[in-house]
Design a protein around this ligand. Sequence first.
Ligand code: DGJ
Length: 519
Amino acid sequence: MKTFFQDKQGNPLLLTGLQSHNSSTGSPMMEQTIRAIREFHGNLLEAPVYWYWLEPEEGVYDTTHVRELIHTAREAGLYLVILWFATNKNGHPNYVPEYVKIRPDIYRLAVEPDGLPVPSMSPHCQATMRADQRAFVELMKCIKEEDEDYGTVLAVQVENEAGLGGTDRDYSDEAQQDFEKPVPAELDGVEIEDSGASLKDNSWRGRFGRYANEAFTAWYQARYIDEIAAAGKQVYNIPMYVNAMLGFPYSEGGMAYNSGGPAVRVLDIWKKAAPSIDLLCPDIYTPARDHYTHFCEAYRREDNALFIPESGFVGTAAALNVIRAAAQYEAVGICCFGAESTLDEEGNLREDVKDTAVSFQMVRNIAPLLVKYHGTGNIHPIIQDEFMAEQLIQLPDYRITAHFDVRRRIPDTRETLPRGRGILVQTGETEFYLTGDNVALDFVSRPGPNEEMPRFWMACRQSNQLNFLTVEEGHFEGDKWVVDFRRNGDETNYELYARKGEVVRIRLNPTMGVKGKVN
Ligand code: DGJ
């Protein structure tokens, strides 16, 4: 599996950016969308295209707004992810063409157990799938024609937070017939934890117990989307993903979130049912740390890199969670939803969004290292969760303490400090890069396990933060480190700090402690 999205030359890309509001495509709002992404130092615009615009009349296709959108992103120097708002937008058919909306006899809605329709298209209806698929193929033809030589469009999201709202499955006669068939052989060996399944037979109930209805819907929803994606890939083969509405951990499909979307519980089913889909992605709106990490852990798998197409942007939790996703869970992309709302009426970043924008800046600034050291264990998140004054980063050779709120100890300093956060990357035995805000590090070399006088090494004059060779502020141009400012004296004697999202390269003295005795 490829981990990262790639540019035209095949270089891996870490994506950061914002998603526009739902109705911004083709409107003047898009200017604000782009402006907001710049404020976030992003490289990615996520924006929808609409089935009903692409196919204003049955069988008549108009790609004007798709082409405009691609040009807008390209002129702004951004990559683009196109969101295909079609059969399913958050479980609803808002974006289907009128000819689909007015013929529920052909393009069927799902129904509840009492036979009443819910406002979600049935994933068992082949007529809707084929109509969506035809339009999607036109979309992919247009992207190929307009963009194959440029590579502005990096990926397509197929549908949006798909699944059924208001019911756990479709109870129509057609769906019931599907429900009575045995579970497909592709799902042999797939189980859902805590389902209580009897495993007595190969029925959906027998195999997935209390989660049978969600599992069943997931299979059919995933097959529906996979058929659309596969046809699109035949035309133009670029990465395609599906995003998930999540609810809260362990909640129920059809209640807290749409049933049948790629939610945590049914990820294995989706992986089997939708081989044309490259990534299953969580839209993580929950600010709570435990919930956020629950979802990051679930979607970052051997067979699924973590890409977060939507998340919140307000306040401290969002600012910390960006670092969690990028450094702790090594996300290959992070986006917030609702770009235009990050700006105030004058078009400036809102106060309550600024810390999140700085976190995005950190990720951008250090992105070449996040790509290079992905999966090596050399990337260390620094996060001042509630009540923390410092954080320990224990490495084989160094004990590094990240101190927060250090400036508050200076009596004259009255400023309110943001929650400390940053990313530390070890790039050599004695070389580290730090980015952060309200973070100060000190490095102590650790004695080796056979050291006869460990106390000497821990306490000796050699073991403190004065033991660096150089401390540089700078930036990356491609993979190349460019020094902007060399710190020394007061700027190094008290702390090795990062205060505004800058990147600092720290070269430690190799003769410190275990790396070489100096006495
Ligand atoms: C999640 C959806 O995927 C977005 O399109 C948008 O509707 C947001 N919710 C609104 O919070």
